[in-house]
Ligand binder design. Structure first.
Ligand code: C2E
Ligand code: MG
Ligand code: MG
Ligand code: MG
Length: 277
C-alpha cells in the first residue's frame, strides 16, 4: 500500500486501482474542472420564524450544474470533495459567493453556510470567514456557520479556538443534523453553540411516532434551558409545522416553506422585485 501525498497532504493512492477508485479519480478531475469552469451555484433555502411566519434568513446549499447530468446534489460529490481536499477551494467559493449575495441583495436577512470538518482540520476557517466578511461587507452578526458532530468527534483543540474566534466576530454557530450521529450532550456544554438544527428524520415522524415526539420534546426543553435557538429541518406538511410549533421550536426550514432556490427567486420571495442585472 503506497501513500502518495498530494498537494494538500492527504491524497491516497493504491496500485492496481479498482473501478471505484478510478471512478473517484474521474469525479475528482471533473470537480476540479467544475470550479474552474464556473459550474457551481449556491442555492438558498428560506428559514422561517414559526411564531410570526416571517422569513428570518436562508441556508446556502451548494449545487453543481453538470453539463450532461444537470443539477447534481451535494450528497453525491461533497464526500469526494472532502477526501480529495477540493472542499477547501470549493468551500471558499461558497462562503465568498453567499456573503456577497447576501450583502448585496438580502438586506437584513441572515445567512447560514455549511462548513465541512475538513475545512476546520486542514484549512483556516477563521481567515476564510474574516476575508469573506471583509470583501463582501456583510456584518458578522448576519452570518451563521453550520457544523456537524463529525467535527466535534475529532477532538481537535484548534476547533474550539476557531469557534471562539468566529463568535468574537459576531458569527453564530449552529449544530446541524442534531439527533443523528452521536449527539453527545457534552458537546452542547463544551462548544459555544447558538442554534441546534433538529435532523429532518425526527421531524418527518413528529406527528405520527410517539418515540420521535418524546425525543423532540426533550430536545426542545433542553434547548430552552441552554438558551439555544431551535431550527426544525425538513418541515413538509402543515401537520409537522403545527406539531413542531406546539413543541416550542422557534424556526423551521423545509419544502413546506420553500425548496432551495437561486438567489433571484429568494429575492422575489422577500421583495417581489427582480434583482437588477
Ligand atoms: P444540510 O446542511 O442538513 O442541508 C439540508 C438538506 O435538507 C438540503 O439537502 C435540503 O435541500 C434538504 N431539505 C430541506 N428541506 C427539506 C424537506 O422538507 N424535505 C426533504 N426531503 N429535504 C429537505 P441538499 O441541498 O441536498 O444538501 C445535502 C447536504 O450537503 C447538506 O445537508 C450539507 O450537509 C451538505 N452541503 C450542502 N451544501 C454544502 C456546502 O456548501 N458545504 C458543505 N460542506 N456541505 C454542504
Ligand atoms: Mg446545513
Ligand atoms: Mg441538516
Ligand atoms: Mg446534513
Amino acid at each position: 500500500r503506497t501513500k502518495i501525498e498530494g498537494r494538500n497532504g492527504f491524497h491516497f493512492f493504491e496500485p492496481g486501482m479498482d473501478g471505484q477508485t478510478l471512478a473517484k479519480r474521474g469525479l475528482e478531475r471533473d470537480l476540479r474542472g467544475a470550479l474552474q469552469r464556473g459550474e457551481f451555484e449556491v442555492h438558498y433555502q428560506p428559514q422561517i420564524d414559526l411564531l410570526t411566519g416571517r422569513m428570518t434568513g436562508a441556508e446556502a446549499l451548494l449545487r453543481w450544474r453538470h453539463p450532461v447530468q444537470g443539477l447534481v446534489s451535494p450528497a453525491d460529490f461533497i464526500p469526494i470533495a472532502e477526501s480529495t481536499g477540493l472542499i477547501l477551494p470549493i468551500g471558499r467559493w461558497v462562503m465568498e459567493t453567499a456573503c456577497r449575495d447576501f450583502a448585496a441583495h438580502m438586506s437584513g436577512l441572515r445567512l447560514a453556510v455549511n462548513l465541512s470538518a475538513v475545512q476546520f482540520l486542514r484549512g483556516d476557517v477563521v481567515a476564510l470567514v474574516r476575508e469573506a466578511l471583509r470583501s463582501s461587507g456583510l456584518p458578522g452578526s448576519r452570518l451563521e456557520i453550520e457544523i456537524t458532530e463529525s467535527l466535534l468527534l475529532e477532538k481537535d483543540s484548534n476547533t474550539l479556538d476557531a469557534l471562539k474566534a468566529l463568535k468574537e466576530m459576531g458569527v453564530g454557530i449552529a449544530l446541524d443534523d442534531f439527533g443523528t450521529g452521536y449527539s453527545s450532550l457534552s458537546y452542547l456544554r463544551s462548544f459555544p453553540f447558538d442554534t441546534i438544527k433538529i435532523d429532518r428524520s425526527f421531524v418527518k415522524e413528529a406527528d405520527t411516532n410517539s418515540d420521535c415526539a418524546a425525543i423532540l420534546e426533550a430536545i426542545s426543553a433542553l434547548s430552552a434551558a441552554l438558551d439555544l435557538t431551535t431550527v426544525a429541518e425538513g418541515i413538509e406538511t402543515e401537520g409537522q409545522l403545527a406539531y413542531m410549533k406546539n413543541l416550542g421550536y422557534q424556526c423551521g426550514q423545509g419544502y413546506l416553506f420553500g425548496k432551495p432556490m437561486p438567489l433571484e427567486d429568494l429575492f422575489h420571495m422577500t421583495a417581489g422585485v427582480g434583482i437588477p442585472a
